[in-house]
Design a protein around this ligand. Structure first.
Ligand SMILES: NC(=O)c1ccc[n+]([C@@H]2O[C@H](COP(=O)([O-])OP(=O)(O)OC[C@H]3O[C@@H](n4cnc5c(N)ncnc54)[C@H](OP(=O)(O)O)[C@@H]3O)[C@@H](O)[C@H]2O)c1
Length: 360
């Protein structure tokens, strides 16, 4: 079954669920927790029970307890995309003798950054992209980083340049990111790329990888965006803000929720599509989700877990256990947006190489 077909069946479930929810009857219980029963006899879901949660805003939301959302499997979609990229790179190599190149600049000894860089290199190898790496010590100067960028800018075998963030605090991130030439800005962080993303009838050369991955998941699962209400939680330059711009470019009506937003729960509950990029574990509860909404959880948050060998596990911004009972489709953490980010970086690098070599 294709992913789009899988989603259609999720959408069917979703509309069935919507029918059931409209037929819910309130049955107060002595415990104070209210139970609902449907009056529908249309399907096997007819005797569905739902509990009712009072949300912080005092609004009541139905929590269907026996239906689960379709899992949006970012890991398998990313694998599929990587296979497509590998095929394209072989075709390019056969026809021109050229392979795309990606340069990564890592400054400092942060373990998480070193792991990300290692994973990016592995991903490049797996699809046939040649990787270049510059490792600089924590105390290097901004000038040294700029010199590396300048030499990669001039090197025709390098099609994409990525500066691993965060940089040490003595460096000016803006100066460094602005030094990457726009044709090699595979992270899409150059203000010219973001500006074009925001403007009508302008095309950015590259779109930032994580938000691009979110939209790609919606496309590959056949989720309609045009005319839908979308809420993006978070407005960072690298995820929230470009995600909102992308949804708007696809004709969604977009609201942005941030740390100063009043009634975030109420606003989020209006959304057919929710993208959350906050960095707060389990902040988005089931009661924030409109029944049948599609939820993309970008958050990657470590929480203590004595049962895990590492002493922690990763969770998203969205309380998966609750939201997966209300949404029609949802990304897991891990295995949702994360693998898509690297797949989109490879895709941007291939696009840069094709453009640089006039290869269609
Ligand atoms: N899957 C991936 O590949 C990937 C890639 C990048 C990031 N991430 C993850 O995504 C999450 C967000 O990353 P980021 O770089 O965008 O983070 P960030 O730069 O810290 O931005 C967080 C955003 O969330 C908003 N926010 C914070 N607390 C809030 C609250 N209580 N209610 C509503 N909004 C709130 C902030 O609002 P203000 O603007 O008002 O401060 C800000 O806009 C993190 O968990 C990160 O690890 C994952």
């Amino acid at each position: 079954m294709t992913t789009a077909a899988m989603f259609s069946s999720a959408a069917d479930n979703c509309s069935r669920r919507a029918f059931l929810i409209t037929n819910l009857q309130v049955r107060p219980s002595r415990s104070g927790c209210t139970f609902l029963r449907t009056s529908s006899t249309r399907s096997s879901h007819a005797r569905i029970f739902a509990s009712v949660c009072s949300s912080s805003s005092g609004v009541i939301a139905a929590m269907v307890t026996d239906v689960s959302a379709k899992v949006i499997d970012g890991k398998s979609v990313a694998k599929q995309i990587r296979e497509e990229i590998a095929t394209e790179i072989s075709r390019m190599k056969e026809s021109t003798g050229i392979v795309p190149g990606l340069a990564v600049i890592l400054v400092g000894e942060r373990k998480d950054s070193a792991t990300y860089v290692r994973n990016k290199k592995k991903a490049c190898d797996s699809v046939g992209i040649k990787s270049y790496e510059a490792k600089l010590s924590e105390d290097s100067s901004e000038q040294e980083v700029l010199q590396y960028i300048s030499s990669y800018n001039d090197d025709p075998s390098v099609n994409g340049i990525l500066v691993q963030l965060p940089l040490p605090s003595h460096m000016n991130e803006q100066n460094i990111l602005n030094a990457v030439c726009i044709e090699k800005d595979v992270d899409g962080f150059n203000p010219l790329n973001i500006g074009r993303l925001a403007m009508r009838d302008r095309e950015p050369l590259f779109v930032p990888c994580t938000p691009k991955g979110c939209i790609e998941l919606l496309h590959r699962y056949g989720v309609p965006i045009k005319g839908k209400r979308a809420v993006v939680i978070g407005r960072s330059n690298i995820v929230g803000m470009p995600a909102a711009l992308l949804l708007q470019r696809e004709d969604a009506t977009v609201s942005i929720v941030h740390s100063r937003t009043k009634n975030p729960e109420e606003i989020t509950r209006e959304a057919d599509i929710v993208i959350s990029a906050v960095g707060q574990p389990n902040m988005v509860r089931g009661s924030w989700i409109k029944p049948g909404a599609v939820v993309i959880d970008v958050g990657i948050n470590p929480v203590e877990d004595a049962n895990s060998p590492r002493g922690y596990r990763l969770v998203g911004d969205v309380c998966y256990e609750e939201a997966s009972k209300i949404a029609s489709a949802i990304t897991p953490v891990p295995g949702g947006v994360g693998p898509m980010t690297i797949a989109m970086l490879l895709s941007n690098t291939l696009a840069a190489a094709k453009r640089a070599n006039n290869f269609e």
